[in-house]
Design a protein around this ligand. Sequence first.
Ligand code: SF4
Length: 428
Amino acid sequence: MLERESALKGIISRGIRYVSGREKIKPEVLAEKVAEGRAVILRHGNIYLGIGEGLRIKVNANIGTSPDIVDICSEIEKLKAACKYGADAVMDLSTGGDINKIRKTIVERSPVPIGTVPVYQAVIETIEEKGALVKMDTEKLFEVIERHADDGVSFVTLHCGITLNTLERLRKSPRKTMVVSRGGAFLISWMIANEKENPLYEHFDRVMDIARKYDLVLSLGDGMRPGGIVDATDNSQIDELLTLGELTETAWKNGVQVIIEGPGHIPLNEIPANVVLQKKICKGAPFYVLGPVVTDVAPGYDHITSAIGAAVAGWYGADFICYVTPSEHLGLPGIEEVIEGTVAAKIAAHSADIARGLKNSIEWDYKMALARTQRNWQEEKKLSIDPVKFDKIHKRYKSTEKDVCTMCGKYCAIKTVEKYLGVKIITS
Ligand code: SF4
């Protein structure tokens, strides 16, 4: 039985039990949220991942080859690095080399659910076979979606919300960055050249058939996400969101679980409104934010610009954060950038979890406060989001004073107060 259908019947499935045990949420409460569409359960073999209301905010890391850089070993190393640093899901966005083999290897080797964007491969194969992306036929697109599902991916991004109406609105709009989503760009080019409706919208019933067959979670893509602050929250973005809201209800009626992808480049002050709009229009479906990046002018530091946006989005209710690496807008990320991106997104997610009052998250920081006060360096390292960096910096210099660090050395504030007060500030 499909995860959503069993939740609607009030059945506590294996997935619900698995996730509720890890997230300290009652199974009945989680099942209700899944039935309402406010949470989804991704399945990866015997592993389940819950995303949505009342759950810890999850982090996704994108990996995958490009037409210029194809190294499957490096992608596996990125997968391992992302998981080691806490990614809850990974998307394989490969567009170069033997894409089938890369995807199958990643799915096989991954300890976390894998997502893909099948339209990339459908377009690439069409170009190889027929010479132009606009020659893609609908059968190819649906065959590739099913191929990915059959290979065991847990969720797919499908840009179903771009329609001919969206296109008309885009043409009339003053948008400066036009289309920055790769999947969105492929589909829009195809629609213009063929003067036809987006096949993912027109044949949404076929999307439903595949999703039902494999209990595949749909990540309804944001092909019209703004690519610059100047275009944030514009008509094109909202037009697509309205369509996604309608498709969400259709998917739910078909027993299919849905998450909604969101922007993009959004200034800090517009992030709360974006989250509220998504939640209202899509009836509480989990929100999967790509950043958002809060300024355009920091290439090389977009793991930071996006973490700032993600923390605010998470605080206001976003449920799933797609990391952005320092390579964003510049090139394919290497392993170091994958680690930096994952850590930045984890910090954003955890900060938002604290603000949302998640007990486990608050407890984690409480333990760190105790360890710091006691200058228990081993415990501090263990509790660190990046223990490798912890060691690298902490061990760089050695203080002449015992059990302090070289920031204040013998003038260590904690030690000074401890000496004169005679007690530690915090005791467990
Ligand atoms: S030396 Fe300064 S920074 Fe280091 S533990 Fe003491 S108070 Fe903290």
